[in-house]
Design a protein around this ligand. Structure first.
Ligand code: IMP
Length: 422
């Protein structure tokens, strides 16, 4: 049975939420494997819009167990707020599970993220959700995990140990007030009570599900080009959004993955700082931003917009081993007479067809474009690839040919039904 992964193929915000929602229909488990509340997924269905940050959007399907796996960093304040907002829309959480091994994002992680960004004058442009500091503590082996929280004595002891150092850093390096240890401990031990019934040994649960042949969907957050190792370092997030990260984050072995879906917009966007060779700082960029409503789900920031970068997309396909591509927001490009796609870079005078996963080197790359004719029709009613205008079909054919991956899903509007499935 299928273990499918959905990965963002670009810099995040590729409308993975919609693809995950569609593929959830025949999955038994939908599992978030990396990142934290920096993510923002939107699903529009039955006239309602649902916003997700930590909870897998698969929760909307009554047959799905939605899992926040050990590779995710969990901010319990954010999780509680998200659960409360979704509960108001009628979502219920008896099928939600959170991994024992997931690291906790604590208020001092958010504070440090804010202070760091202020010190660096927003040089990375993080979401300020404490993601980097949480993963840094994990690597430094001073992180606190969900399992620790369930044992009040252990939690109090570990928190005391970490705050001894943290408070010195906060007060002496940043001139910030120290964290009130007792208040923080009491607040989080209270969180433990609502969390306890939904905590699970996620690797064991998923290994059993794999052994039983149950269909599993692993839901990526962010995107390949934000991967800590393979993205445009240092302008990256602190986790592994790539398909290999799905194995690390869940405990499912690589040879169990049966499908790897890459989700890419028909153009490119980026939030935060960092190189973006095909960026459009002109009226075409504004046109795409407005039609695509390119404003962040998590931070509300206007996204940077550019032409489709096929050099980056092919890198992403090879790195992740995509078996299928989902192309989203194709409808947004309607009305542009000519479309450009980047098929090579000029780097220090040389032509180059390989991506450069080095933030500083990529900043020196100039895009070399191939021009393709645009189309003017409204695509939102198309339900088969053959229904699309000829030039839109040719645009998709060009992508498939360059990236060497079949396009199996095309999104032509925000709603679940505005989709072409091949
Ligand atoms: P962090 O993940 O908050 O540490 O931010 C690091 C970089 O990743 C910044 O450039 C963010 O804008 C970017 N980023 C983090 N999460 C997302 C996302 O869900 N979509 C797009 N960009 C993101």
């Amino acid at each position: 049975m299928a273990v499918r992964v959905v990965v963002g193929a670009q810099w995040g915000d590729e409308a993975k939420g919609k693809v995950v929602d569609l593929l959830s229909q025949n999955s038994r488990y939908v599992v978030r494997y990396a990142g934290g509340s920096n993510a923002g997924h939107t699903v529009c269905t039955n006239g309602k819009t649902y916003k997700f940050h930590l909870i897998p959007s698969g929760i909307l399907h009554p047959h799905v167990t939605a899992v926040i796996a050990d590779g995710v960093v969990v901010d319990l304040r954010a999780l509680k707020a998200e659960m409360e907002a979704l509960a108001e829309q009628g979502v219920e959480f008896s099928r939600l599970r959170v991994g024992l091994g997931a690291h906790l994002t604590l208020p001092y992680h958010r504070q440090l993220d804010e202070l760091n960004e202020a010190r660096l004058e927003g040089r990375i442009g993080t979401t300020r959700r404490g993601i980097g500091p949480t993963y840094a503590d994990k690597a430094a082996r001073i992180g606190l995990r969900v399992a620790d929280l369930l044992d009040p004595e252990r939690f109090a002891m570990l928190l005391h140990r970490v705050l001894e150092v943290r408070n010195r850093v906060l007060t002496r390096v940043y001139n910030a007030p120290p964290i009130d240890e007792a208040a923080l401990r009491d607040e989080f031990l209270a969180h433990a009570e609502w969390l306890r019934p939904i905590v699970a040994d996620v690797p064991a649960m998923l290994m059993d599900a794999v052994a039983r042949g149950e269909p599993i969907l692993l839901e990526g957050a962010q995107g390949t080009l934000l991967d800590l190792d393979y993205g445009t370092y240092p302008y990256v997030t602190s986790s592994h959004p790539v398909s290999a990260g799905a194995c690390l984050g869940t405990g499912i072995a690589p040879n169990q993955l049966t499908e790897i879906w890459g989700v890419a917009k028909a153009y490119t966007t980026r939030v935060g700082e960092g190189p973006f060779p095909t960026e459009l700082n002109n009226e075409i960029g504004d046109y795409i931003r407005n039609r695509g409503r390119e404003y962040g789900t998590t931070t509300g920031r206007a996204r940077r917009v550019g032409w489709l970068d096929l050099v980056a997309l092919r890198y992403s396909a090879r790195l992740n081993g995509f078996t299928a591509l989902a192309v989203t927001l194709l409808d947004v490009l309607s009305g542009l007479p000519t479309l450009k796609v980047c098929t090579a870079y000029r780097y220090r005078g040389e032509l180059r067809e390989q991506f450069l996963a080095d933030g500083f080197a990529l900043a020196e790359c100039e895009p070399i474009y191939t021009e393709l004719p645009g189309w003017d029709a409204d695509l939102s009613a198309c339900r088969r690839r053959a229904d699309l205008p000829r030039n839109a079909q040719a645009y998709l054919d060009f992508i498939e040919d360059y990236v060497q991956t079949p396009i199996k899903l095309i999104s032509v509007g925000p709603n679940r039904e505005q989709t072409i499935l091949d």
